[in-house]
Design a protein around this ligand. Structure first.
Ligand SMILES: NC(=O)c1ccc[n+]([C@@H]2O[C@H](COP(=O)([O-])OP(=O)(O)OC[C@H]3O[C@@H](n4cnc5c(N)ncnc54)[C@H](OP(=O)(O)O)[C@@H]3O)[C@@H](O)[C@H]2O)c1
Length: 242
């Protein structure tokens, strides 16, 4: 699971470990968050440093997870760093960086683990989109991130088609405004105020869906994009006047 040190990924890693999964988490920095996750998960799990946007490093990480924990039954890609530019056309290098983190890393990791899932006849992939992307009306300063998330939905559907009938499901979970501590307080309050009821979601709301998507109960759910947004992505006239 790339991206479990904090936020949604941490809640997912904690929930899956409680369900009996052996969890492997990767993050780029050796932070207090990562160390405390390692302590709280305890033995039988694997918390490592790896930048999964680097294909070679990601391949080595997948191999080492296989050696330590056994075959990979589920890939949950929770690393999707948000990036803001001055303008939508600002910087081609920034667009490449956003796509490397949010899309190409997933393509590479899926290529490393999904073929073996198909051979074993069981596997789960969950990626994270963004609830607002469905409108395809990106604020210019975050157009690259929107575009990468939209492409990720497309990729997840193609991957789902390849796993269909082979026991491998692939789904996209698209959060709206979730209280992960990742935004400055002023921006977060402004965003949370836009959620019907004025309350942001919690990482645990998202984790609950992921743990179900990984279960046998969800065996017939694949190629879906499910929003966890409290109605934030719905037309305002519906919830303000209705
Ligand atoms: N939070 C929200 O409200 C929200 C809204 C819409 C969509 N989402 C999506 O939901 C997912 C989870 O979001 P989040 O806000 O909880 O977390 P996030 O900021 O996207 O990711 C945080 C985690 O990912 C790790 N990470 C980032 N890039 C990495 C890389 N290249 N290789 C390895 N680890 C990497 C970070 O650790 P290091 O920094 O140490 O690497 C950290 O553990 C993301 O895909 C995000 O885009 C979130």
């Amino acid at each position: 699971m790339p991206g479990g040190a904090r936020g949604i990924g941490r809640a997912v890693a904690t929930a899956l470990a409680a369900d009996g999964w052996r969890v492997a988490v990767a993050a780029r920095r050796d932070s207090d968050d990562l160390r405390s996750l390692r302590d709280s998960l305890g033995d039988g799990h694997d918390v490592a440093l790896c930048d999964v946007s680097d294909d070679v490093a990601a391949g080595r990480w997948v191999d080492s997870v296989g050696e330590r924990l056994g075959p990979v039954d589920a890939l949950v890609h929770a690393a999707g760093p948000f990036a803001r530019a001055a303008r939508s056309t600002d910087d081609a290098a920034a667009w490449r960086r956003v796509f490397a983190d949010n899309l190409f890393a997933v393509v590479g990791l899926a290529g490393a683990v999904v073929p073996a899932m198909r051979e074993r006849g069981w596997g789960r992939v969950v990626v994270f989109g963004h609830a607002g992307v469905a409108t395809l009306r990106p604020p210019p300063t975050i157009a690259a991130w929107y575009a990468a998330k939209a492409a990720l939905v497309c990729f997840s559907r193609a991957l789902a088609a390849e796993g269909a009938g082979r026991g491998v499901t692939v789904n996209c979970v698209s959060p709206g405004v979730i209280d992960t501590g990742g935004m400055d307080a002023e921006t977060f309050e402004r965003m949370a105020a836009q959620v019907p009821g004025g309350v942001a979601g919690r990482p645990e709301h998202v984790a609950a869906l992921v743990r179900w998507l990984l279960s046998d109960e969800a065996a017939h759910v694949t190629g879906a994009e499910v929003t966890v947004a409290g109605g934030w992505d719905l037309p305002r006239s519906v919830y303000k006047t209705g």
